[in-house]
Design a protein around this ligand. Structure first.
Ligand SMILES: [Zn+2]
Length: 78
């Protein structure tokens, strides 16, 4: 597992083994998010989906979810 400088918590630690999703978000997370913060997003994600009533299988809703994710993980991706 490669080490990453995490954009969210600011520490160096183990990252993910592979991008959690295809495209620019997946690449950004692989490069800038530690495994712990990714786990934190997994929990947060459920709250966000419920709060905004998102349907992640619909592209528009998925984009909204990714925006929240990018903000949460302090990724420089829109
Ligand atoms: Zn982190």
């Amino acid at each position: 597992m490669a080490e990453v400088q995490c954009a969210r918590c600011g520490t160096r630690g183990p990252g993910l083994e592979q991008p959690p999703m295809p495209g620019r978000y997946g690449e950004a997370i692989l490069a800038n998010t530690c495994a712990e913060c990714w786990k934190a997003w997994q929990t947060e994600q459920t709250l966000v989906i419920n709060h905004y009533r998102l349907r992640p299988h619909i592209p528009y809703d998925r984009q909204q979810l990714y925006r929240h994710m990018s903000e949460f993980l302090k990724l420089d991706v829109v």
